[in-house]
Design a protein around this ligand. Structure first.
Ligand code: TXA
Ligand code: MG
Length: 321
């Protein structure tokens, strides 16, 4: 694609108006959310959405999340239901994405849904994201603002490292607080389904619903399109559940231990999630294989381990991008 000068915008009213105008004109603008930086495009503008896939080099069957500023705005896109009402009341704005059947008059480009009859929607909690979404006042499709298959960005510098010259602007508002992507819950089938673990613990969702979430059937690629195995891949080889570094390896630690970088020396999973991509970026930049300490498989640990398993998945698999 042609090379642009990527504008670096702040959070003044003038800068956010500029960002909103660029989005409304079909340009790509990266903006912070509480989870990771998103790469935004007007979800109703097919050309704009296509340029998201192009900028990211993303496989076209990978559907995108529509970001909106309110429940009312979400209800204009999808067929709302009782479970959506309860989860939105409890967790929106926040790191939760709901997948629901599309309304007939949704107006969203088919490239956003990758042709599915459902749409992923979310109201992010980040104040700057909400201000921007109110200015745009329409759905903004936004995958994480990284080239496909690479580590998700939690700072504007990460965004520029991957996409400088490929997008119109980035709104820089410092590091993201949560640090892993939103939890995705499918509400279009008979039972609520956990499609992707993320920044909101599945246990909290289950407590609100009073029922357990069905696990995505890993054997059925159609149940969660885009969940490619090596989606979160640093350049370096990644080895999991390491208690110490092998020859030539860098150790990414968790809890009290000797290591090159620690996700959380006190063993706090939220702190570890917030550090995950930043630490992977920093170790990856050194250019040696990365060994990662075991992370407990509960709460945010599930999301962290999900990302780490993708980072460690074999790269020569033909389904990987
Ligand atoms: O925290 C987040 O969710 C970040 C920020 C920017 O909001 N966004 C994000 O988007 O992680 P992305 O595109 O990297 O991941 C979206 C995931 C895809 O992997 C896809 O599988 C799933 O959402 N998805 C989107 N629409 C879907 C649908 N209709 N049915 C099932 N899964 C869907
Ligand atoms: Mg992503």
């Amino acid at each position: 694609m042609s090379s642009l000068t990527t504008e670096i915008l702040g959070t003044s009213d003038a800068d956010l108006s500029r960002a909103a105008d660029l989005l409304k004109a079909g340009q790509l603008v990266s903006f912070p959310t509480e989870t990771v930086y998103g790469l935004g495009a007007d979800a109703r503008n097919g050309t704009a959405v296509a340029s998201v896939y192009a900028a990211k080099g993303r496989p076209s069957f990978n559907p995108l999340i529509a970001h909106v500023h309110s429940v009312a705005a979400a209800q204009q896109l999808v067929q709302w239901n009782d479970l959506a009402e309860r989860l939105a009341a409890a967790f929106w704005p926040g790191p939760l994405t709901l997948v629901l059947p599309l309304r007939e008059d949704h107006g969203v480009s088919g490239l956003v849904t990758a042709g599915l009859q459902t749409l992923a929607v979310r109201v992010p909690a980040h104040p700057t994201a909400l201000r921007l979404l109110r200015l745009v006042d329409g759905p903004v499709a936004a995958p994480s603002a990284n080239p496909s298959g690479r580590i998700s960005p939690t700072t504007a510098a990460h965004v520029l490292a991957g996409l400088n010259g490929r997008i119109a602007a980035v709104v820089d508002d410092g590091p993201c607080g949560v640090g892993v992507e939103s939890t995705i819950v499918g509400l279009s089938g008979p039972d609520p389904m956990l499609l992707r673990p993320g920044g909101l613990a599945a246990e909290d969702i289950e407590a609100t619903l009073g029922t357990s979430l069905t696990d995505r059937d890993a054997a059925d690629p159609l149940s969660a399109p885009g969940q490619l195995l090596s989606h979160y891949a640093p350049n370096a080889r990644v080895r999991l559940n390491a208690t110490k570094a092998g020859e030539g390896e860098l150790l990414l630690g968790f809890g009290s231990m000797d290591c090159d970088l620690n996700l959380s020396a006190i063993g706090d999973l939220a702190e570890a999630a917030a550090n995950l991509f930043e630490h992977l970026h920093r170790l990856d930049a050194i250019g040696q294989p990365i060994a990662v300490a075991p992370i407990p498989e509960h709460g945010l640990g599930s999301a962290i381990n999900d990302r780490l398993r993708r980072a460690a998945a074999p790269r020569d698999d033909s389904s990987a991008h």
